[in-house]
Write a protein that binds this ligand. Structure first.
Ligand SMILES: Nc1ncnc2c1ncn2[C@@H]1O[C@H](COP(=O)(O)OP(=O)(O)OP(=O)(O)O)[C@@H](O)[C@H]1O
Ligand SMILES: Cc1ncc(CO)c(N)n1
Length: 270
């Protein structure tokens, strides 16, 4: 059957994860699994596996700028997902590049800590992301510890405490916020969408798996891929959550590492 629908271009600006479950690698897999053409600008190399992070090697800021300018001078980007940003200089470089050639959609995952508990971005980097990049974003996707750091409040431990964070999160300056409830000690996995000051619960069934490496990266990239194809924000989030739930379930077929393994991004294909 002929299919003439145009395929959108999506960009990830993030760090590399050699184990393939998080960072740039997860983002490109999510874009490809969900019908978007993936491009990437790498902000840092990490030496990590499913058990932990052994090293971080930041890409010099001038070379991040060169990657961004070289790509954006040539390729029209429909949606961008921003992940690991570790310094103010990098945050400002990304802001400047995106302001002159702004994609329709900017999704920001405020990455701070890997699933292993290792720190990827220090306090100064986090402050820079909050001040420089969050106000540019159509959507930010903090998990509970990330939301607590962004607001300088204790980490929410219940749905009521998640709801209580909504006004503060809305005040950070992004258009919308998806507060992810994966870290809640709850039999479900509820996420809270805060859009135009309105908070909506998005239900999620908690899947019993330790394959949780890169769930946040994969979700934000899946949302960007759907937005680039014309979905509204609530449609894109619903579709991305449905895809991630199946990717978590089908991760049982993967045998990757001894720690927190990856999700199965391509479960719809193989
Ligand atoms: N065990 C689980 N079962 C089903 N959904 C889950 C589970 N854990 C997390 N999720 C969902 O996955 C998405 C990502 O949430 P999570 O809080 O794990 O992100 P994260 O901590 O940023 O991930 P990472 O840092 O590993 O990239 C959310 O929609 C969350 O509700
Ligand atoms: C490079 C990279 N980005 C983000 C995360 C968060 O999951 C990770 N573990 N590694």
């Amino acid at each position: 059957m002929m299919d003439d629908r145009p395929i959108p271009n999506v960009l990830t600006i993030a760090g590399s994860d050699p184990s393939g479950g998080a960072g740039i690698q997860a983002d490109l897999k999510a874009f490809s699994a969900l019908g978007a053409y993936g491009t990437s600008v790498i902000t840092a190399l990490t030496a990590q596996n499913t058990c932990g992070v052994r090293g971080v090697h930041p890409v010099p800021v001038e070379f991040i700028r060169l990657q961004l300018d070289t790509l954006l001078d040539d390729v029209m980007i429909d949606a961008v997902k921003i992940g690991m940003v570790a310094s103010r200089e990098v945050a400002e470089t990304i802001r400047d590049a995106l302001q002159s050639r702004r994609p329709r959609w900017i999704v920001l995952d405020p990455v701070m800590v890997a699933k292993s508990g290792d720190i990827l971005v220090d306090d100064a980097g986090i402050a820079a992301v909050r001040e420089v990049l969050v106000p540019l974003a159509d959507l930010i996707t903090p998990n509970l510890p990330e939301a607590a750091v962004l607001l300088a409040t204790p980490t929410a431990t219940s749905r009521d405490e998640m709801l209580a964070m909504a006004p503060g999160l809305a005040g950070l300056g992004a258009e919308s916020v998806l507060l992810k409830g994966g870290h809640l000690d709850d039999e479900d996995c509820p996420d809270l969408l805060v859009e135009s000051g309105r908070a909506t619960w998005l239900a999620g069934t908690r899947i019993a798996t330790s394959n949780l490496h890169g769930t946040g990266c994969s979700l934000s990239s899946a949302i960007a891929a759907h937005l680039a194809q014309g979905d509204t924000l609530p449609q894109a989030i619903a579709a991305a959550k449905q895809w991630l739930e199946a990717a978590l379930i089908e991760s049982r077929r993967l045998d990757v590492g001894q720690g927190h393994g990856p999700v199965h991004h391509f479960h719809r294909w193989w």
